[in-house]
Write a protein that binds this ligand. Structure first.
Ligand code: MEV
Length: 393
C-alpha cells in the first residue's frame, strides 16, 4: 500500500462535531434539515503493527476502554462472509452485526457502558471491510460529549473511516506535507459513504446528515440523502447548553416513526412545517445584511424560527423536562432556544444576537450552570474531516 511504501506507519485524522440548526427528526423522513460543523473534534490515530503481531487493538481514551482481538478470532467469527474486505461501502447485515456483537461481548465491557457496544461493532465492521485483517492499534479521543446531540458518533465514524482509507489505495495524499490536510473531493465522498455504514450500525436508520456535515464541514442543507453546501453570510453565535441528560438517538427516532404511523396526517403537517423552517433558515443565513438593522432583523427572524422549530419538536415528543428548563431560563433573557440533535435531553442551542452584551451572556450562563448544566460556545462552520501525517494533532 502506498502509505506503507512511503514508510508512514501512523496517521492521525480528525472530524468535527455538529449542531442541527433546523430540521432534526424531520430529516429522517425525507424533509430538509440545516446543519453546521462545530470546532470540537474526534481524533483517531492509526498505527499499523509489524506483520508478526496478530491483534487489532482499539483504545477509547476518553472513556478508558481498551479492546484487543486476536486476528484469528475475528476471522473465525466472520468466516460466513469469506472476506469482509470491500473496495466499495457495504452495509453490515443483521447476521454480521450479531457476530460482531459476540466479539464485543467477549471483551470485558462494563455494564454502564453497554450503549457504546454498537460503536465498537461499527469499528470492527469498518476496520475489516476497509483494511481486512492487518494488525494495528487505533486510538480514539474526542472533545465531544457522547450521546448529547453534537454528532459524536458521526465524528467517530468519519474520523475512523478516514484513517482506515488512508492506508488503502483509495486515498492519494502527499505524505510529506505538514499539518492538517484536506482530502480530495472523491475521497471525502467515499469516506462519507463508509461513515454512513458505521452510523447505521450505531443508530439503525440515520438520515446521513450527521456524517455528511462532519465530513464536509461548514453549513449544509440535507434532504433525502442529498447535501447542498450553504454559504453562511451571517455571524452566527450560539450558546450550547448540555443538560447532561443522556439519551438514545435510535429509540427517539423510533418513537417519532411510531407516532408518525399512529397519526400520519397530523405528523405530515408537522414535518412539512419543519421543512419550511429549514428552508427559511437557509435563505436567511445566505443573505447579506447591508447594515446592523438588517442583521438584527435577520437574527430576530432566526430566533422566531428556532422557537417554532422547538414547538414542533415538542409535538414530535422529543423534548424533555431538562430542555424545558433551559427554554424557560433563556426566555427570561428574551433569547430563543431549541434542542439540537435527537432531543430527550442532550444539548440546547440559544441564539446570541450580535448586539447582546457579554455581561448578559455571563449572567445567563451562571443561571444555567446553577442547574448543573454545562454551557459553552463553539466556533460554527469550520472545516470537515482532515488528516495529518506528522503527528501534528
Ligand atoms: C441526530 O443528530 C439527528 C436526527 O435527525 C437523526 C438523524 O438525522 O439521523 C434525530
Amino acid at each position: 500500500m502506498e502509505r506503507e511504501r512511503a514508510g508512514k506507519m501512523e496517521i492521525t485524522t480528525r472530524a468535527p462535531g455538529k449542531i442541527i440548526l433546523a430540521g432534526e427528526h424531520a430529516v429522517v423522513h425525507g424533509y430538509t434539515a440545516v446543519a453546521s460543523s462545530i470546532d470540537l473534534y474526534t481524533v483517531v490515530s492509526l498505527r499499523l503493527s509489524t506483520e508478526d503481531e496478530d491483534t487489532i487493538k482499539l483504545q477509547l481514551n476518553d472513556i478508558g476502554l481498551d479492546f484487543s482481538w486476536p486476528i484469528e478470532r475475528i476471522k473465525e467469527v466472520l468466516s460466513h462472509l469469506g472476506s469482509p474486505f470491500s473496495s466499495t461501502p457495504t452495509t453490515c447485515s443483521l447476521e454480521t452485526v450479531k457476530s460482531l456483537t459476540a466479539l464485543v461481548d467477549e471483551q470485558s465491557f462494563p455494564e454502564t457502558r453497554i450503549g457504546l457496544a454498537s460503536g465498537v461493532c461499527a469499528f470492527l465492521w469498518l476496520y475489516t471491510s476497509i483494511l481486512g485483517f492487518k494488525p494495528a492499534t487505533v486510538i480514539v479521543s474526542s472533545d465531544l460529549p457522547v450521546g448529547a446531540g453534537l454528532g459524536s458518533s458521526a465524528a467517530y465514524c468519519v474520523a475512523l473511516s478516514a484513517a482506515l482509507l488512508a492506508f488503502s489505495d483509495s486515498v492519494k495524499l502527499d505524505v510529506n506535507q505538514k499539518g492538517w490536510l484536506m482530502f480530495e473531493e472523491t475521497e471525502v465522498e467515499l469516506l462519507n459513504k463508509w461513515a454512513f455504514e458505521g452510523e447505521k450500525i450505531i443508530h439503525g436508520r440515520p438520515s446521513g446528515v450527521d456524517n455528511s456535515v462532519s465530513t464536509f464541514g461548514n453549513v449544509i442543507k440535507f434532504k433525502s440523502g442529498n447535501m447542498t453546501r450553504i454559504n453562511c453570510n451571517m455571524p452566527l453565535r450560539m450558546l450550547i447548553t448540555n443538560t447532561k441528560v443522556g439519551r438514545d438517538t435510535k429509540a427517539l427516532v423510533a418513537n417519532v416513526s411510531a407516532r408518525k404511523s399512529r397519526h400520519p396526517d397530523a405528523m405530515c403537517s408537522v414535518l412539512n412545517a419543519i421543512e419550511s423552517i429549514s428552508d427559511e433558515w437557509s435563505t436567511i443565513i445566505q443573505s447579506h445584511a447591508v447594515d446592523d438593522l438588517s442583521l438584527s432583523t435577520n437574527e430576530e427572524k432566526l430566533g422566531e424560527l428556532m422557537e417554532m422549530n422547538q414547538g414542533l419538536l415538542l409535538s414530535l415528543g422529543v423534548s424533555h423536562a431538562s430542555i424545558e428548563i433551559v427554554l424557560q431560563t433563556t426566555m427570561k433573557y428574551k433569547l430563543a432556544s431549541k434542542l439540537t440533535g435527537a432531543g430527550g435531553g442532550g444539548c440546547v442551542l440559544t441564539l446570541l444576537p450580535t448586539q447582546l452584551s457579554g455581561a448578559v451572556v455571563d449572567k445567563l450562563v451562571e443561571e444555567l450552570e446553577s442547574y448543573g448544566y454545562q454551557c459553552f460556545t463553539a466556533g460554527i462552520g469550520g472545516k470537515g474531516v482532515q488528516i495529518s501525517f506528522d503527528g501534528s494533532s
